[in-house]
Design a protein around this ligand. Sequence first.
Ligand code: NAD
Ligand code: MN
Length: 496
Amino acid sequence: MSSNEATITLPNNKTIKTPTGLFINNEFVDSVDGKRFKTINPVTEKEITTVAEASEKDVDLAVDAAEKAFNEVWRYSTGAQRCKLLNKLADLMERDLDELAALESLDNGKTYKDAKRSDVPTSIGAYRYYAGWCDKIHGKTYESQKKFSYTRREPFGVCAAIIPWNFPLAMLSWKLGPALACGNTIVIKSSEYTPLTALKVAALIKEAGFPKGVVNILNGYGKPTGSAMAYHMKIDKIAFTGSTATGKYILKASSESNLKKVSLELGGKSPSIIFADADLEEAVKWAHSGIFYNSGQCCTAGSRIYVENSVYDEFIKKFKERTENIKLGDPFESDTHQGPVVSKAQFDRVMGYIETGKKEGATCLMGGDRHGKEGYFIKPTIFTDVKEEMTIMQEEIFGPVAAISKFNTIEEVIEKAHMTTFGLVAAIFTKDTSRAIKISNELKAGTVWVNLYNIVNPYSPFGGYKQSGMGRELGKESLKEYTQVKTVQINLDMTM
Ligand code: NAD
Ligand code: MN
């Protein structure tokens, strides 16, 4: 076994071989300094394996590889060639769906079932969607008597992406898909908490036949690795998903270096608004998965639930019943609903918020505690009677913690919904379609869901209002983030 391949044994005793090096120029290599770090299984708190850790020097090597690949090969690729490669990658991910889902579950703690039916198919869907765009990206023509002008949508060249740990495969695909479709090469840093599946995809990228250097994947921490990318003078565009604090750091790094273009998908504190006329069973079901899906570790988490006064008690009763049925445990067991949170750091952060909620006087209706003695398991937690100014109503918790409060009028609930620095998503539950449309128009959020939650698809643009981000991912919108427009003006007069 080379130092850059590990054989990992799953809880069901199956084994998976997976790369552990840095993926540069289609090879899995050690870092220049030879440093490595551990990735942890959040169920056992034990090491799964170690991976190579990129330093600034490795970032330089990856950028050089991406630059060379762009200049010598990729900029001459046709849309049809890129389409074929992206579809081939999607085919290989379908072939290896079980392994990808198992590794995602092992490294992150999410259930194998969810990884298999959601994370991996979502990623495959994004690659296929952007495969379809490769040969449909073009400019416009503008004509007048004396001039002929046209625009071209050109790739930036070397792009970078920094991704988080909550949906490692999906976040990879939301960056890689459009960046490659538009003809860029790319350097990506995975999260230090979940490096494994990006490396598995790297192996498939090589197998699919992508030319060397087109995709480079680094394992490493925010500092120095991510920071070196954000400040890099040869990276023309950077896409980031993660916390607002880090997003601001990246924007600052851009302004202090080469003004690389920046797109940011940051956090949220999203409201679920339940009106008295809603189908209450349905509203409970969706609002529940809105906050508890993926152990609450979703940028879209519906962490503020506002319920109209007249159905408040009934809603709470049903919501609590549903929460009592959540089974915590081994993510590989088929009847498990919720695994651990991703890391010790995240566990401590979430438990800290729970303590603050109790101290500030919110009612902890259930949960509020760890589950078991080993692993980063947190019981699904419900706070009721939560006031707007309380910390748990203001800050992104990113864990299985719901904050519920009541309202009387539409004006009041819209005002409350807006009492946040975030604006990623919002959800409304009502049978009154005109009210749903009117309120959707009012809400300051990049996505509004009506009578459902957490529905994302490759064709619907996704991103934030306010401090939830800049730019959009997915859909045709994302093509704008990975191309720049060139205008060519031609004098027709002289040729007459
Ligand atoms: P983070 O923003 O620090 O990490 C996200 C990514 O950014 C990781 O790859 C990390 O290595 C990298 N990074 C960190 N510091 C960097 C820097 N200075 N320069 C460049 N890259 C850097 O998030 P976290 O510490 O893992 O989690 C903290 C909180 O962030 C969570 O509790 C949650 O509220 C939020 N978060 C949001 C999302 C999301 O999807 N929007 C994802 C993860 C975390
Ligand atoms: Mn891990």
